[in-house]
Design a protein. Structure first.
Lengths: 323, 349
């Protein structure tokens, strides 16, 4: 019989709500050999009440201090991005495997601290987004890595939600930029962004163009303009990769992958279960799976794009992206 | 009332696929009496089904008193000369898009038509397409509130190997850098026009990135551009001709407003799909929804009817001029790597 690993959760957001659903004792589809041991709010604050509420729903003890959850077998870090690095560094330093949806840090200094802590502890560190963890997103990245698409000419990526508070570049941007870094694999050299308050909330839309070394060009849209009828179905992410050999269109929210190549067209429907996939990766990593090297490098690339887009919004012009 | 007598100038691809069928579908309204092309055999092929005359020099059409109007299906670099000559000959003019190569040429065309008292319309066919007309109607009716994001991707496959004389290849005029700036005007002019039409506002800034994707091509066959409008709306468009053979010609239009959204995405409208080696098509959505053929019938019929009724043409030439201005600004931005400020006289070529 497999051993059950205990999981400590730091922070609360939509993803941890899904996690709780999956790991609740009454869940119809229990996600692997994990059980939540303890739950706490983020070190960045602001999500304590939500964390307590989610812990209560999941019948899990709520800890007043996030450091109390570090006694679990592994730690899942969520909540505000500003609290990720601190929690990740503490968990790694305690020798715990860590699963932290992007970003691992919001500054270069934070990413350096995370990298140092991981190297020092040797503990497993995994960072995903719903997009990179979804079956459809994985299919896309695997196709790119296998060379099925040939050289990437262009990428279109749109990520949308209904109206909500929060800066859209922070809330939707990390996942998009991490995916771009993962699938393009070359440094972004120039970024242009415009947007602002298009739907009534501050910073609720960003439309951008990015150019990468190797000449891949990206069209990016991050927005909170979905009307209620569409927003009710949840966030939308749409990706289209145009390569020399094939094109691949991914709509994880519709669970669809379309592939167009010289051989014709193929449409596949995939399950969307990113949280389960993240846990499966964590389990695999504990058993000798992947390291974090690519993750940190990817997040540095995403951070560079994030900072450049932010600067471009202010400059009203393109910004060269620093390595 | 006698049908309007048309002289067709330029008998290449767009004439064969769109304008000649449109003329054939309006027998009571129009009649083709002459066709001209520098390749006489093309003119003859176009003219024969209509019993019309064929010429290798368009000026032979203009010399005929029995020609009421001309339809220009020639490249944009020829439009100014042909429009000025047609106007001087008293012929009304419906021209293919883009209007011209430069704003100066476009202005000269407008002035020539004004001076001669003839009508000039540039056929931006998307404005006469059923699904886009319905979208514009919905916007005008306030159904989605104020447009805030307008997004259109137009994706097409690259020419298959072995078809060297194809759009954007050096052997085709659209691929000759001496006369063409590439995708931004050849098909991106549609997006430039639709953005203005749906945003209902004037563009104030544009930024673009472009590239040449097919080895050997000399003009950009891919462009993505982002446009800020005076209303605060933002448009984003990608025009791509680099998809692999087998990729259908797909359009994805989405408009997000303050109170709703409208989508017209070919991906979602595939009631009938055909998968074949090297090709996928969706004839139902193409014919019934994008409805290109009907668009050309509609634009010709509306142009002729407006002139007969002594009303302004349904799409003023100034609109095509402004779409050209936006397209040229996108090209300038892509070449310089800098945004172009359209309020400061950008793209004034």
């Amino acid at each position: 019989m497999n051993r059950i690993y205990s999981l400590g959760i730091i922070g609360a957001d939509a993803r941890t709500r899904a996690l709780a659903d999956r790991l609740s004792p009454s869940a119809p589809f229990h996600a692997g050999p994990f059980a939540i041991r303890r739950w706490a709010g983020s070190p960045a604050g602001g999500d304590g009440d939500a964390a307590a509420a989610q812990a209560s729903v999941a019948s899990v003890p709520f800890a007043a201090s996030w450091r109390e959850v570090l006694d679990a077998d592994a730690v899942f870090v969520a909540g505000p991005a500003a609290g990720h690095a601190q929690a990740v560094v503490a968990a790694l330093s305690a020798g715990k495997p860590v699963l932290c949806p992007v970003p691992l840090g919001v500054t270069a200094a934070e990413l350096a601290e995370v990298e140092s802590a991981q190297r020092g502890s040797g503990a497993v560190l995994l960072s995903h987004s719903d997009l990179t963890a979804s079956t459809a997103g994985r299919r896309a990245l695997a196709s790119v890595e296998a060379g099925d698409l040939g050289k990437l000419h262009a990428v279109f990526l749109a990520s949308r939600t209904g109206p909500a508070a929060g800066d859209v570049l922070d809330d939707l941007g990390w996942e998009a930029l991490d995916f771009l870094a993962a699938c393009i694999g070359a440094p972004c050299t120039r970024a242009y962004a415009t947007g602002g308050s298009l739907f009534g909330a501050p910073a609720d839309a960003v439309l951008a163009n990015l150019r990468f070394a190797g000449d891949t060009i990206v069209t990016l849209e991050l927005s909170r303009g979905l009307p209620p009828a569409l927003a009710a179905a949840g966030p939308e992410v749409e990706v289209e990769l145009a390569g020399t050999e094939a094109a691949l269109r991914v709509e994880p929210y519709r669970r669809i992958v379309d592939v167009y190549s010289g051989a014709g067209a193929e449409r596949r429907h995939w399950p969307a279960r990113p949280v389960v996939a993240m846990l499966e990766d964590l389990q695999a990593a504990r058993e000798g799976g992947p390291t974090d090297g690519a993750t940190i490098a990817r997040q540095r690339a995403a951070l560079g794009m994030h900072q450049a887009l932010r600067a471009s919004l202010s400059a009203l012009g393109p910004v060269q992206v620093s390595a | 009332m006698e049908p309007v007598r048309i002289g067709l100038i330029g008998c290449g691809g767009i004439a064969q696929s769109a304008h000649l069928p449109a003329i054939a579908r309006l027998p009571g309204l129009v009649r083709l009496v002459a066709a001209a092309d520098v390749r006489l055999e093309s003119a003859q092929a176009a003219a024969a089904p209509f019993g019309a005359d064929a010429y290798s020099d368009y000026r032979q059409i203009l010399a005929r008193p029995d020609v009421d109007m001309v339809v220009l299906c020639t490249p944009e670099f020829a439009h100014r000369e042909q429009t000025e000559a047609a106007a001087a000959a008293g012929k009304h003019i419906m021209s293919e898009k883009p209007m011209a190569k430069t704003l100066a040429e476009a202005d000269a065309m407008i002035e020539a038509a004004r001076r001669a008292g003839v009508r000039l319309m540039v056929g931006h066919s998307r404005r006469f397409t059923g699904r886009y007309m319905e979208i514009r109607r919905a916007i005008d009716a306030g159904e989605i509130g104020e447009p805030r994001i307008v997004r259109e991707n137009e994706r097409r496959s690259r020419p298959p190997l072995g078809r060297e004389s194809h759009y954007w290849t050096p052997q085709h005029w659209t691929g000759d850098p001496a006369v063409s700036v590439g995708a931004v005007l050849t098909n991106g002019i549609h997006e430039a026009d639709l953005f203005r039409w749906f945003a209902g506002s004037e563009a104030v800034r544009v930024f673009a990135e472009h590239k040449t994707t097919r080895p050997g091509n000399l003009v950009p066959d891919f462009i993505t551009f982002t446009v800020n409008f005076a209303s605060g709306a933002v448009a984003s468009g990608e025009v791509s001709n680099c998809l692999p053979p087998g990729y259908p010609s797909y359009h994805q239009l989405e408009i997000f407003g303050t109170r709703g959204a409208i989508r017209a995405k070919d991906h979602d409208q595939q009631s009938l799909l055909r998968f074949r080696e090297g090709a996928t098509d969706h004839p139902d959505s193409y014919r019934l929804l994008l409805h290109v053929q009907d668009a050309y019938v509609s634009e010709l019929a509306q142009f002729v009817q407006a002139w007969r009724d002594d009303r302004p043409v349904p799409l003023p030439a100034q609109e095509a001029r402004e779409a050209l201005r936006l397209g040229l600004a996108a090209d300038e931005s892509a070449r310089t790597g800098q945004p172009v400020d359209l309020t400061a006289g950008g793209a004034s070529r």
